[in-house]
Design a protein around this ligand. Structure first.
Ligand SMILES: N[C@@H](CCC(=O)N[C@@H](CS)C(=O)NCC(=O)O)C(=O)O
Length: 257
């Protein structure tokens, strides 16, 4: 049976943001309030301050009109001037290409932009799969392994790709793609803390300070629903009963391409 999304719409600060973006617009954001991949793009839209129309989709329903927009049937997706695109990292690129004058999140220096893309690949290929393996692990031994692998994945990203020192954000003093791409998982750390005993400090003090800044960033706050509502959606992951494509792939020891 497909997963039920309860509640079916955003709550808290995210609900206010949805309300502000309820008018029809040429840029349509097909979203699911609970989804971290969606939140990446939502953070970028809010950081850039561009106008858009928010449309809540239940991606588990796989309705024909949504499959015509994204044949994979996953949120997020964008329709701009009636042309559709999907995949969260492609959408981050698209927003900076389509709206270059509105606070770009991509660095202007080509080499720096290349480094950021490498960081995003590592986040997608290592950190995000490690998150789901950790969350879905049931036996204490597997949860311990999951904890170690997730902490190691974050430590590697931090060591390799964060400039560190006095910098506020991953790549320096400007909030950018690395912050937007990893931020939604930081916004779910409190669930990990409650259910699995994870703490950002396990990764390191500097990383924990960055994670705290992420939680205070207006674009993150304004795209976050109430904690109890994430709890109701993520319970299925913590009990390993979720039927999403990501959860099914994780259960099979695979990762979603
Ligand atoms: N690689 C995709 C992943 C998107 C994704 O998995 N979205 C989930 C919600 S968080 C979804 O639409 N799931 C529907 C399903 O699993 O059937 C991206 O980065 O956009």
């Amino acid at each position: 049976m497909p997963d039920k999304i309860d509640p079916p719409h955003a709550t808290g600060a995210a609900a206010d943001t949805v309300k502000k973006h309820s008018q029809p617009h040429e840029l349509v954001f097909h979203a699911g309030w609970f989804c971290p991949f969606v939140q990446r793009v939502w953070i970028a839209l809010e950081e850039k301050g561009i106008e858009y129309e928010y449309r809540e989709v239940n991606p588990y329903a796989k309705e024909p009109h949504f499959l015509a927009i994204n044949p994979k049937g996953l949120v997020p997706a964008l329709e701009h001037h009636n042309k559709a695109l999907y995949e969260s990292l492609v959408l981050l690129e698209y927003l900076d290409d389509a709206y270059p004058d509105d606070s770009p999140l991509r660095p202007s220096d080509p080499h720096e932009a290349g480094l950021v893309r490498l960081a995003l690949q590592q986040i997608s290929n290592v950190v995000v799969p490690a998150f789901y393996r950790y969350v879905q692990a049931q036996e204490p031994e597997k949860q311990k392994e999951g904890h170690e692998a997730f902490v190691a994945a974050l430590r590697d990203v931090h060591k390799q790709w964060f400039v560190g020192g006095e910098a506020q954000w991953a790549r320096g003093d400007r909030f950018g793609w690395v912050d937007a791409a990893l931020g939604p998982w930081v916004a779910r750390f409190s669930l990990l803390e409650k259910h699995r005993g994870f703490k950002a400090e396990d990764v390191g003090a500097e990383f924990a300070a960055w994670a705290k800044r992420i939680l205070e960033r207006p674009s993150v706050k304004s795209t976050s629903s109430l904690p109890e509502n994430y709890e109701s959606v993520y319970r299925r992951y913590f009990e390993d009963t979720a039927e999403s494509e990501v959860a099914k792939a994780t259960r099979k020891g695979e990762w979603l391409k």
